[in-house]
Structure formats: structure tokens, C-alpha cells
Design a protein around this ligand. Structure first.
Ligand code: NAG
Ligand code: NAG
Ligand code: NAG
Ligand code: NAG
Ligand code: NAG
Ligand code: NAG
Ligand code: NAG
Ligand code: NAG
Ligand code: NAG
Ligand code: NAG
Ligand code: NAG
Ligand code: NAG
Length: 531
């Protein structure tokens, strides 16, 4: 035992001693994830802002759709869209409302989204604008289990939602967003302090049975095992006032209709003291710590045999922090976070979006707070989709390749058992301006790190794709493999820029390749087999 330990310790020291010590990459997916199911790169769209993101039948939002299909072309399936979030639990139905939504902000409750919300029948038009897209629809539990208007909303909107989501568009239903916070919410509690797992389970079963009964009248074709089911419990975390393990032990799945276990996760808070790009987001160790909570809960619930997804997530809760969540550094975090989740066999990640949200991958409409456009985090989604490849055509498995520094990470992607790609994310912070908002260019030169991988035999060349920007503080000018998806160019369709380097190749020397990765950037190495 002692001997084995010292050998391990020596191997660790050797890795630290020299950056050029080759990192071994196994030819087989030993220790890799289970095969990743389709639509791993998915989104969650805040309920109140879904009409902004999707538009309606007369005015579909084609910019959003262009961005979704870019990912679909890489992944084989367009991202799945969860429509939900805090505002799903504020939305009441008003059958005479002409507009899709009438939202009123109460700045004391939240400056970022309306907390008094009425939706009209035309809200459901937004489910008709994007072809080839699957959705989950979030029903209101916050008010649904609190007052009669909330309960009436549930009964009245089931027929509208099921008619909009028939024909294979429904992923699953959802009843309630983050009910683990209902009695403690800083936006105002909707349950008394006695709220616990058993009252939650009782109300969840009561209401989902009512949903099923409404479906049997309005959409009887949506009651089979293939078409009827839920993602649940959509808790904000694994250790709040309500615990997912206790809810399931209290027989949340008593009706055997939960198809996905969904838990939410944020790395930190937008206004939490001490949050920085380098220390909080561009920090692989911190990401691993955060995801470990999800992995532990997944393992504790594995006995249920239900797939487990991250149903809502992003960098910093409370809609992100300016200068952090909208910066290129957050795109690099997104690549590391998503690939780490994939390596741990979490089945899907829904990155949360909202109009004017600082962490949004794109702003779907022009507002007086935010210009319409593709934002830095979108390029993180594109890079993850490129690294995972077409999940319909191949059994893709991801493994983590441990690196010595907490500000870097690397992953290997296997297709049908063969190594195809390696990703390296160098998260050492490089600012291209001084003091963040300053227009003074940084006089300090940008450093690069050199990574050598020992790769399997039979690989003749390695092609490179780079995720690049001027620095981790850049919020514009981001490209992946020379492609820009900016609104200003082709409304989000890919445009190859002529002022970026593309088509780089590495030659294999003695079974190894060496790639240079500038600080605050990422690369994907593509293996080319044969001679
Ligand atoms: C419902 O919408 C109609 C039409 O806009 C409006 O007159 C009415 O006040 C609304 N009801 C509520 C409760 O907001
Ligand atoms: C559709 O969207 C347009 C543009 O936002 C809006 O003017 C129109 O009122 C909407 N139609 C309905 C039925 O909500
Ligand atoms: C929108 O909601 C607000 C707040 O409840 C209400 O005062 C207003 O009348 C509503 N407008 C419409 C058109 O229903
Ligand atoms: C339970 O369901 C009944 C109708 O079946 C409904 O009236 C009641 O409000 C529901 N209670 C809760 C707490 O959801
Ligand atoms: C409804 O919400 C209020 C707070 O808005 C809370 O005080 C009350 O206990 C809730 N009622 C039920 C039945 O959960
Ligand atoms: C949960 O709360 C209910 C109602 O207050 C109570 O009857 C029940 O014993 C509680 N359950 C647990 C597990 O504490
Ligand atoms: C539907 O699924 C449930 C739970 O998995 C199972 O018990 C039941 O037999 C299934 N029904 C059919 C018709 O496949
Ligand atoms: C990175 O995250 C780890 C784990 O949370 C933490 O201990 C460490 O201090 C962080 N690094 C920096 C530079 O803040
Ligand atoms: C910004 O837009 C919102 C929503 O359309 C509106 O309520 C608000 O008055 C506008 N603010 C300014 C300063 O124009
Ligand atoms: C950057 O901030 C530091 C510390 O506040 C200050 O001393 C320095 O002058 C600033 N540099 C520029 C170029 O604004
Ligand atoms: C980058 O800029 C941020 C914000 O101004 C600052 O806190 C950080 O120390 C800078 N980091 C480097 C490596 O220059
Ligand atoms: C590269 O080209 C794009 C599109 O024409 C332009 O917006 C950008 O400023 C250029 N970048 C550099 C560094 O010249």
C-alpha cells in the first residue's frame, strides 16, 4: 500500500515538474462517461421571456432559431428548450388578454423579471415558431397550490399547452420551479414555514393527477408512456429546505410518471462577495466542487433508474454579474462546466436564458437595457457542441484528462470507442484592457501554455479549432474556428471571418503532439487517422 502511494506521488511530481511531460490519452474510453444522449447542449428559457425568444406565428424570432440550428448542425439535434424558471410560478391565465403576456416589475422583488404576470391564449403561439424543437412546459405550482386563481390557471392552461405541444413537440411537463425555496424565497414566500417534503409530494401528486385528468379530456393522445410524464423535482439545489432524496423517499414518483430527475445549479451568486472571473468561474477546481453536489445526489437517486439532468444552470444566480457573466471568461467557464458534467455522465445541461440577463447566450430582442445580439456565452455552447459531435450518429463518451493547474482542464471525446477529439481550456486570466471597463490596452504581453499529448497510434495529423477572443474580459469579437455567429453579420447564421487563423495542423512526432494555447482561450484537437 505504502509503496503504491509513493509511486503515485512520484508520478504526480513528474507531471508538475515539466509542462512538456506528455499527457497520456488512452486509445479506449477507459474511465469515460456513459454515451451522451442527444441534445446534451440544451437551454432553459425564463417563462416570462419565452415570447421574446421565440416570437409568435406572425413574427417568429428567426434570429434565435438560427442560433439554435447552428448547434443542431453540430449536435445532430436542436437544443431542447425548457420553458420555465421563477416566473412560471407567477404566471396566471387571463383568457381575455390580447397580448401573449402582461408582466409587471416590482423592483423590490426583482429588477430582472416581472413578478406579477398574466398570460393570454396567444402565449402558446410561441410553441409554433421553431421547427424540429422539443419543449418542456412549466406549470405554476407556486400559486397553483396557494390560491384559487392559481389552481384555475392550471386547469385552463393544460388544454392550451397540450394542443400547442402535440405531435411530438413535448419533451415532458414540469410542475413547479424550485419548490425547495417556496417557504424561504427572497422574492416572497408562497408557502408557510411548515412546508416540507411530504406536503410537497402530496401537492405534486394531487396536481399532476389533475393535469392528467385535463389531458384525458383535451389531448387523450398524450397519455401513453411515451407522451405523458414529468421532469421533477426541479429543486434549486440538493441541500435547501427540501431535499431531493427525501422527496423521492416520500414517494414523489408514486405514480411512476417522472421521466427525468432535474436539479438546478449555479456556481455562485451575482452579488456574492468575493466572486471573480478567475477565482469563481475560470477555476476548474471550483467547477468540480460545485458539480460534485449534483453527482452525489444523482448517485443517491440512482436506485430509481431515472435519467438525471441539470434542468437549469448558468454561471452566477440572480441573472449574472456584468463584466463576469457576459465576458469571454464565462464562455470558457461554460465549456469547462458542460464538458465536466458530460464526463460525469450527467445526461443533459439546460443553460438558463432571459431577456436582459447578464449571463444570456443571446439577447433575442432590442430593449432599452440590452442590444439585440449574440453574446459571449453562446460561443461556449458552440464549442461544447463541436467537442461532443453528432450524438445521433455516434456513441460519444467524454473523459477528463487531469492537468496540474486549477486554471486549466482537458477532455477527450471518443466516438464508438475511438479517440476523435481532445479539448484544452486554458483559463489563466488575460485581460486585454486595464481595469475592466478602461479602454487602455493591456501593456502586458499575452502568454501561452504548451500542452503535449501522447496519442494512440494510427493518427497521422491533428487539426486545430480555436475558441478565441482578445482576452477573458472581451464581450465582443469572439470566434470559434474563425466563425462568427453575430447578429450584425447574418442574423446569427455562421460567417467565416477572414482576419482569423484557421486550418492549423499539428504533426505527430513519436506518438505525441504539442499545441500552444494562449491564456484565456480554448482549443479542440481533431484526430485524423490513416496515412
Ligand atoms: C384580463 O385582460 C383584460 C383585457 O386586457 C383586462 O381588461 C382585465 O383587467 C384582465 N384581468 C386581470 C385580472 O388582469
Ligand atoms: C406577435 O408579435 C408581434 C411583435 O412582437 C406583436 O406586435 C403582435 O401583437 C403579436 N401577436 C400576438 C397575437 O400576440
Ligand atoms: C396588466 O397587469 C397590470 C398589473 O396587474 C394591470 O394593472 C393592467 O391593467 C394589466 N393590463 C392588461 C392589458 O391587462
Ligand atoms: C388538490 O386538488 C384539488 C382538485 O382535485 C384542488 O381543488 C386543490 O386546490 C388541490 N390542492 C393543492 C394544494 O394543490
Ligand atoms: C400563500 O402564500 C402566502 C404568501 O404570499 C403564504 O403566507 C401562505 O401561507 C400561502 N398559502 C398556502 C396555502 O400555501
Ligand atoms: C410536514 O408537514 C406536515 C404539515 O405541517 C406534517 O403533518 C408532517 O408531519 C411533516 N412531515 C415531516 C416529514 O416533517
Ligand atoms: C408505463 O410505465 C410504467 C412505469 O414505468 C409501467 O409500470 C407500465 O407498465 C407502463 N405501461 C405500459 C403500457 O407500457
Ligand atoms: C478555486 O476554487 C477552489 C475551490 O472552490 C478554491 O479553493 C480556490 O481558492 C479557488 N482559486 C482561486 C484563485 O480563487
Ligand atoms: C424601458 O423599457 C421598459 C419596458 O418596455 C419600460 O417600461 C421603461 O419605461 C423603459 N425605460 C426607459 C428609461 O425608457
Ligand atoms: C487601474 O486601477 C488601479 C487601482 O485602482 C489604479 O491605480 C490604476 O491607475 C488604474 N489604471 C488605469 C489605466 O485606469
Ligand atoms: C483582470 O481584470 C480584473 C478586473 O479589473 C482584475 O481584478 C484582475 O486582477 C485582472 N487580472 C489580470 C491577470 O490582469
Ligand atoms: C475581424 O473582422 C470582423 C468582421 O469584419 C470585424 O468586426 C473585426 O473587428 C475584425 N477583427 C480584427 C482584429 O481586425
Amino acid at each position: 500500500m505504502a509503496k503504491a502511494l509513493s509511486v503515485l506521488a512520484l508520478a504526480g511530481l513528474a507531471l508538475l515538474a515539466s509542462a512538456t511531460t506528455p499527457i497520456p490519452v488512452s486509445s479506449a474510453p477507459t474511465g469515460a462517461s456513459e454515451p451522451i444522449p442527444e441534445a446534451f447542449v440544451s437551454y432553459s428559457i425564463e417563462f416570462a421571456f419565452f415570447p421574446d425568444f421565440a416570437g409568435n406565428i406572425s413574427h417568429p424570432n428567426t434570429f434565435s432559431y438560427n442560433l439554435l440550428t447552428n448547434i443542431g448542425h453540430l449536435a445532430g439535434t436542436n437544443p431542447y428548450i425548457r420553458v420555465g424558471g421563477n416566473t412560471q410560478d407567477y404566471a396566471l391565465y387571463n383568457a381575455s388578454l390580447k397580448e401573449a403576456i402582461n408582466g409587471t416589475y416590482n423592483l423590490a422583488r426583482s429588477p430582472d423579471y416581472p413578478t406579477t404576470i398574466f398570460i393570454g391564449p396567444s402565449y402558446f403561439e410561441s410553441y409554433h415558431t421553431w421547427p424540429n424543437t422539443k419543449y418542456s412546459h412549466g406549470f405554476n405550482m407556486g400559486l397553483g397550490g396557494n390560491n384559487s386563481a392559481g389552481w384555475e390557471t392550471l386547469l385552463e392552461t393544460v388544454p392550451l399547452a397540450c394542443k400547442a405541444l402535440g405531435g411530438g413537440k413535448l419533451l415532458w411537463w414540469e410542475y413547479g420551479n424550485e419548490p425547495d425555496l417556496y417557504s424561504t424565497s427572497s422574492q416572497g414566500p408562497v408557502r408557510p414555514p411548515t412546508w416540507n417534503e411530504s406536503t410537497y409530494v402530496e401537492q405534486w401528486l394531487n396536481a399532476t393527477r389533475a393535469i392528467k385528468s385535463q389531458l384525458s379530456k383535451a389531448c387523450p393522445d398524450m397519455l401513453s408512456n411515451k407522451t405523458y410524464g414529468y421532469m421533477a423535482p426541479s429543486f434549486a439545489g440538493v441541500s435547501n429546505h427540501l431535499k431531493p432524496t427525501v422527496a423521492f423517499a416520500d414517494d414523489l414518483d408514486g405514480d411512476e410518471d417522472i421521466r427525468l430527475i432535474s436539479i438546478h445549479n449555479y456556481i455562485g451568486g451575482a452579488t456574492q462577495p468575493g466572486v471573480t472571473l478567475q477565482g469563481t468561474l475560470m477555476n476548474h477546481t471550483n467547477t468540480v466542487h460545485s458539480v460534485n453536489n449534483l453527482v452525489t445526489a444523482r448517485n443517491n437517486l440512482a436506485y430509481l433508474g431515472i435519467p438525471y439532468v441539470v434542468g437549469e444552470t448558468n454561471s452566477l444566480y440572480n441573472e449574472g454579474a456584468p463584466g463576469l457573466s457576459n465576458a469571454f471568461g464565462a464562455a470558457l467557464w461554460g465549456v469547462d462546466f458542460n464538458l465536466w458534467c458530460a464526463s460525469q455522465s450527467l445526461k443533459r445541461v439546460h443553460m438558463h436564458q432571459g431577456t436582459d440577463y447578464r449571463y444570456a447566450a443571446w439577447q433575442p430582442v432590442q430593449t432599452n437595457k440590452t442590444s439585440i445580439g449574440t453574446k459571449a456565452p453562446y460561443y461556449g455552447s458552440i464549442t461544447v457542441a463541436a467537442m461532443l459531435g453528432d450524438l445521433n450518429r455516434h456513441a460519444v463518451q467524454i473523459s477528463s484528462l487531469p492537468l496540474p493547474n486549477q486554471n486549466e482542464s482537458a477532455y477527450a471525446a471518443y466516438e464508438n470507442g475511438q479517440l476523435e477529439r481532445i479539448a484544452v481550456i486554458n483559463m489563466r486570466q488575460y485581460n486585454y484592457t486595464v481595469n475592466g471597463t478602461s479602454s487602455v490596452p493591456n501593456p502586458v504581453a499575452r502568454e501561452s501554455q504548451s500542452y503535449t499529448f501522447q496519442i494512440p497510434s494510427g493518427i497521422s495529423k491533428v487539426g486545430i479549432q480555436r475558441l478565441a477572443a482578445n482576452g477573458s474580459d472581451a464581450i465582443t469579437g469572439i470566434t470559434f474556428d474563425g466563425w462568427s455567429y453575430n447578429y450584425e453579420l447574418q442574423h446569427g447564421r455562421p460567417v467565416r471571418l477572414h482576419n482569423t487563423t484557421i486550418g492549423e495542423e499539428l504533426t505527430v512526432k513519436k506518438g505525441s503532439v504539442t499545441v500552444s494555447v494562449p491564456d484565456s482561450s480554448a482549443v479542440i484537437l481533431n484526430m485524423q487517422y490513416g496515412w
